[in-house]
Design a protein around this ligand. Structure first.
Ligand code: SF4
Length: 438
């Protein structure tokens, strides 16, 4: 008889919904149904059941042909590649658990590698800004129970975090927000008319790349100072209207995404968005939060922070941790040809990096640890398949508001399939043998 597993955590986006129910077959091997998840989260669970899933490691030969190899051979190739490289890049880490991240960092320290995560191409600028000026933030639980003014700036949760609005930010009735969305005002700042923007009480259709100016104008308007007729394509009256709407709320939250972290001014946009939040606290309660994408990119920053003091692009090649975004970040290293091997786990740079960087990866000794077939597995020399974290393996992950959540295993992985952590453990043992470390 089929059984239902409840309180399952969705391992897809940074919302980390923890109310899923999964129906599994009697023998615990097959997922039959997924309840409560959005369409993306459901697909993540069901995709693990794909019949064409890779279950054995595959290695490319000199002619570009793919051949099956044993797990022992995959461990040996990975360990030798990392030990023989002068400066290997160990990239990804955002779609795995904190336990695997920690193990990977141990290897990086031994081989003198660079550890970088997907923040390098999304919220790295946010991390820089937070280090510069600090951040007044809160948890998503506080948002649900208290927030009545919600701003989505440069993000589109209707598509990228589909249950964010229903679980936390717009629709739920919380302790002090009993009327749900009826008592909340929603402001969207986006140059495009997205599905999120179409739901907003007020959509500021800003001119592309002029976020810094509009954020400055809002700070001016909040203080009641004069403004020019338009700023960033937005009429003065609209800016003043939004400023008054925010000031009149009991709890304002500004959520922001890559539309503002990766547009002109980058980390300075976030500096000033944080300054705007600080200003609003003179009138009401206000907080700001990045919309993190991969389900455990926040955890990767946390684990790197505990272990080395920096949240991404940590260069260990000199025997101690250095951090210099723009220099020790993956694309800069690849573009300058400064790394001589690439190890990827829990990410898909083949899909998200510039083509010049992907070409570099294709030329280097490289390993991709990944349950799916991806553009990265297609260019790496070794594809090591592993169990799906959050589906076939549990472990700790951090939600976008920095709350740690324990993910659950719901089915067994295919026979003989290692988890990320188990594979890294075996590589670590072999690296220690090669390096003669006890
Ligand atoms: S919103 Fe994100 S975490 Fe929640 S079910 Fe959808 S993909 Fe999963």
């Amino acid at each position: 008889m089929a059984k239902i597993i409840s309180d399952v955590v969705c391992p897809f986006c940074g919302t980390l919904c923890d109310d899923l129910e999964v129906k599994v077959s009697d023998d615990g091997k097959e997922i039959l149904e997924v309840y409560n998840a959005c369409v993306i989260g459901t697909e993540k669970f069901l995709h693990s059941q794909a019949k064409d899933r890779l279950t054995v490691p595959m290695k490319q030969d000199e002619e570009g042909n793919w051949n099956e190899v044993s797990v022992d051979d995959a461990v040996e190739y990975t360990a030798q590649m990392l030990c023989n490289a002068k400066k290997p890049l160990m990239y990804g880490w955002s779609s795995t658990n904190c336990e695997a991240q920690s193990k990977g960092h141990e290897i990086a320290e031994l081989v003198g590698g660079v550890v970088d995560n997907t923040a390098t191409v999304c919220h790295g600028t946010t991390l820089i800004a937070v280090q510069d000026v600090g951040v007044p933030s809160c948890t998503l639980g506080e948002v649900k129970n208290r927030a009545d003014r919600i701003v989505f700036w440069g993000c589109n949760p209707a598509h990228a975090h589909p249950r964010h609005m229903s679980r936390y930010s717009i629709f739920p009735r919380g302790f002090f927000t009993g009327k749900g969305h009826k008592a909340r005002k929603m402001v969207v700042v986006d140059p495009r008319s997205t599905d999120t923007a179409k739901m907003a009480d007020l959509h500021m259709q800003i001119e592309q790349g002029r976020d810094y100016e509009l954020l400055s104008a809002l700070r001016v308007a909040i203080r009641g100072n004069p403004l020019p007729e338009t700023v960033a394509g937005i009429p003065r009256e609209t800016i003043q209207d939004v400023a008054e709407t925010l000031k009149s709320g009991r709890f304002v939250v500004i959520f922001f995404g890559m539309g503002v972290t990766q547009s002109l001014s980058k980390n300075h946009n976030i500096d000033i968005a944080i300054a705007l939040t600080r200003d609003l606290n003179d009138y009401t309660k206000a907080a700001i939060m990045p919309m993190r994408g991969h389900y455990n990119v926040t955890g990767s920053g946390q684990v790197l922070g505990w272990q080395f003091g920096y949240p991404f692009c940590v260069d260990l090649s000199r025997g101690f941790a250095r951090y210099n975004p723009g220099d020790s970040t993956s694309n800069d290293l690849l573009r300058r040809g400064e790394v001589d091997a690439v190890f990827v786990l829990g990410s898909d740079p083949g899909a998200h990096f510039p083509i010049s960087s992907v070409k570099k990866i294709a030329q280097l000794p490289s390993v991709c640890v990944e349950p799916h077939y991806t553009p990265t597995t297609a260019v790496c020399k070794l594809h090591m398949p592993v169990a799906f974290v959050g589906v076939e393996e549990g472990g700790c992950a951090y939600r976008m508001d920095n709350v740690p959540i324990e993910t659950r295993k719901v089915v067994e992985p295919p026979e003989g399939m290692l988890s990320d952590e188990e594979f890294l453990e075996r590589v670590l043992e072999r690296v220690k043998e090669i390096k003669g470390v006890a």
